[in-house]
Design a protein around this ligand. Sequence first.
Ligand code: COA
Length: 322
Amino acid sequence: MTFARITGTGSDLPEKVLTNADLEAMVDTNDQWIRERTGIRQRHIVAPDEATADLAERAARRALEAADRRVGDIDLIIVATTTPDRVFPSTACLLQQRLGIHGCAAFDLQAVCTGFVYALGVADKFIRCGSARCALVIGAETMSRIIDWTDRSTCVLFGDGAGAVVLEASDEPGVHSSHLHADGHYSHLLHVPKGVATAPGEVAAARTFVEMKGNEVFRVATNTLGRIVDETLAANGLNKSDIDWLVPHQANIRIIEATARKLKMSLDHVIITVDRHGNTSAASVPLALDQGVRDGRIKRGDMLLLEAFGGGFTWGSALVTY
Ligand code: COA
């Protein structure tokens, strides 16, 4: 039986750091409110001439190096992003060109903050059924481009970044299972209300931004993530104590703490980056994973629970032996 295993991780953050103090000068907010309600202290923001593919490329090259793979080994590229460089070609095709890869399948996947978990689930299925052997799976976002920097209820929450993994065919797992869900019924609670087909002029002028009913999103996210933890453990016949590391989507420290409580897990076993990265949407889970791997906390053989929740609503999880 063929499984898919993560053989390398990489990530990238833009150079510019925007602190809560910087935001105090931009909107009516304060460091204490942001830290207490979200856990965020700072976030990284792209330069005017940087875009999603730049972050994705740097993260991908670092993941390839960590996996000791060359670009020629890659036979599938999936980029999870809500903020593609262009309407088309996909960011995955732009990345493929930059890496000098020709011919393999390359596509973007849009599931907002759950994007990377969706992409990992899809790549796992490609590998399990023999359609790919060595995939680049990336979450990359420039959320700062779709944020209204005069809206204090959203602009303090998001940041830019990218994370990547190399996922390879292996005799041993790997990805044990992935659980992907969506319910479009909730689309109005967290959305960018216009798009290329509904308001092309405004999109071209970048006058359409993230809108969110924060406390309603918070409530559904907390309940839903609790349920997906149960679903993932039950599908694999595991107990809470079998999980070594929780690698959660980084939207809000209070949502992360609620999921950790559900797992009866101390925060010492949760990879937390929200304080330094903010919510980087599809990039947040692979950024946290790379952080945990590179600082030596996550070791080969550890059992990881990856989970995310986002606009759509979408939500998902993956159980992975690293
Ligand atoms: N600075 C200061 N005050 C702010 C503020 C800011 N940046 N943003 C909102 N407020 C104010 C509100 O205006 C409100 O004031 P009022 O009581 O006078 O009307 C008050 O703070 C409380 O607002 P509320 O939205 O109820 O706060 P909250 O405790 O729900 O926290 C979030 C807001 C956004 C931090 C929280 O709801 C959240 O994290 N939601 C989930 C977000 C999320 O996960 N999104 C992505 C999913 S991928």
